[in-house]
Design a binder for this molecule. Structure first.
Ligand SMILES: [Zn+2]
Length: 302
């Protein structure tokens, strides 16, 4: 599952390649992906046709991100919202000039065979001036929605329940602490529901709790001012560091140098249950919390 740092890395990697390019044609191979969001989606032929025809001739003038949504801005004021969900993947392949094709991709980790494009998991194809953008999705939970303007996007209300953006100027310690003080219950559950701050999925929740010396099972209402301050600083630091390293899975893959997302190497607790804690040397513990494997050190975290 791509988490926020992977989506942000993808945005930053794609932008210099596709910004300013015009969409020449669009092919949708699975109508439900462009029809609506949710698990029981209709396949609307009308939505598919709208998606394919309305985008032709549009120039891409920017890509923004809100939580894990990518927002493609187009020259007419139209918007395409993309959510990769569990297994979505965007792959951009620049037209080859000297036989060496450049590929940028992010989202679900790519398999070597998936550098053959399009492939059996490709469901939307955008032909641009200088290359092709592919949307692949093994399990087809993701979606790409077209809105003719910002007003229509706002009406669909994708973002109203979301918390603070960790890289925005609004994410101040004061704002974070005041939101935390209105909440109760288990810390990790609160972080996972994204209502205080977005971007803390399973991996980053465990990493932030460990770095802050706070157990993920702590009741939010028992956190001290010092602990809240530490959590705030670690959320900022860890998410920014993860984005700088290209996320935990893979965000930017250039065939030329084969570089991949490197944050996975930096995990201190995630996926390290039973291994020695890097601080005290004792084995890390794990439990199931909110349906997720949760790893922590019961000595360093209180
Ligand atoms: Zn420890």
């Amino acid at each position: 599952v791509p988490e926020l740092p992977e989506v942000e890395s993808l945005r930053r990697s794609l932008l210099p390649y596709i910004d300013g390019q015009t969409i020449r044609s669009v092919k949708v191979l699975m109508a439900k992906l462009v029809s609506s969001k949710g698990t029981k989606r209709e396949s609307s032929k009308a939505k598919q046709v709208e998606f394919e025809s309305n985008l032709v001739g549009e120039k891409i003038i920017g890509i923004e991100r809100r939580a894990k949504n990518l927002i493609f801005r187009l020259s007419s004021g139209a918007v395409v919202l993309v959510h990769l969900k569990m297994t979505g993947q965007l792959v951009y392949k620049q037209n080859s000039e000297n036989g060496e094709s450049e590929i940028v991709f992010g989202g679900h980790p790519i398999q070597d065979t998936q550098t053959d494009l399009p492939n059996k998991h490709t469901y939307v194809i955008f032909n641009l001036d200088k290359g092709t953008l592919y949307y692949n999705d093994v399990r087809q939970f993701g979606y790409l929605l077209y809105y003719k303007n910002q007003l229509d996007l706002d009406k669909d209300d994708h973002f109203s329940k979301l918390g603070l953006e960790p890289f925005s100027p609004d994410f101040t310690e004061k704002n974070f602490v005041s939101r935390m003080k209105t909440k109760k219950g288990v810390l990790k559950k609160l972080f996972l529901d994204q209502k205080v701050v977005v971007g803390l999925g399973n991996i980053y929740c465990d990493e932030v709790c460990f770095a802050s010396g706070v157990l993920p099972t702590r009741k939010v209402e028992t956190l001290t001012s010092k602990e809240l301050s530490k959590l705030y600083k670690e959320i900022k630091r860890i998410l920014a560091f993860a984005v700088d390293l290209g996320g935990s899975s893979i965000a930017n893959y250039l065939l030329a140098d084969g570089s991949r997302g490197n944050y996975a190497r930096e995990h201190k607790v995630y996926n390290r249950s039973g291994l020695n804690c890097i601080k005290c040397g004792n084995p890390l513990k794990s439990i199931q919390l909110a349906g997720r494997t949760t790893v922590f050190c019961d000595i360093d975290q209180k």
